[in-house]
Design a protein around this ligand. Structure first.
Ligand SMILES: CC(C)(COP(=O)(O)OP(=O)(O)OC[C@H]1O[C@@H](n2cnc3c(N)ncnc32)[C@H](O)[C@@H]1OP(=O)(O)O)[C@@H](O)C(=O)NCCC(=O)NCCS
Length: 109
């Protein structure tokens, strides 16, 4: 139904990709995948998560804002089609730290 993939470097991680099947969107899956990922990343010692998103992608922009990401900067002509990207960042809190550990850096449902 959906997946999220992240890459880790030091105490930072990047959300590389997230998608939910069209027929299952707006049911809380994207949010659940991201929350699960935060717990895993925190268990790996990750403290900061970044991602890039097209500003026209309203569902994704809204999802990230609801999850506490803040916009850092606009990156001109980031995508192959010449579109700009918004770089967003979130600091992970210690609250998710105790909730579980895993050796995986991806999640799927
Ligand atoms: C972005 C995406 C992963 C969201 O997944 P989802 O399972 O539909 O998201 P959720 O149901 O968990 O929604 C969580 C919140 O995100 C926001 N949101 C999600 N879809 C939205 C939409 N179509 N319009 C506005 N806000 C939306 C809402 O704030 C929502 O909370 P609410 O339902 O309480 O209002 C999904 O739309 C998707 O797969 N899009 C195509 C791939 C993509 O664009 N990936 C991101 C690339 S950066």
């Amino acid at each position: 139904m959906g997946y999220v993939a992240s890459s880790l470097e030091g105490s930072d991680a990047e959300i590389v990709s997230i998608a939910v099947r069209p027929g299952h969107r707006r049911c809380g899956i994207g949010r659940a995948l991201m929350m699960h990922t935060f717990v895993k990343l925190n268990a790996f010692g990750i403290r900061r998560v970044t991602l890039t998103v097209r500003p026209a992608n309203r569902p994704a922009m809204q999802l990230y804002a609801r999850l506490g990401f803040r916009s850092l900067r606009r990156i001109r002509q980031y995508y192959p089609d010449g579109s700009d990207a918004i770089e967003m960042q979130k600091e992970l809190s210690g609250a998710t730290r105790a909730a579980g550990a895993s050796t995986s850096s991806g999640s799927a449902v």
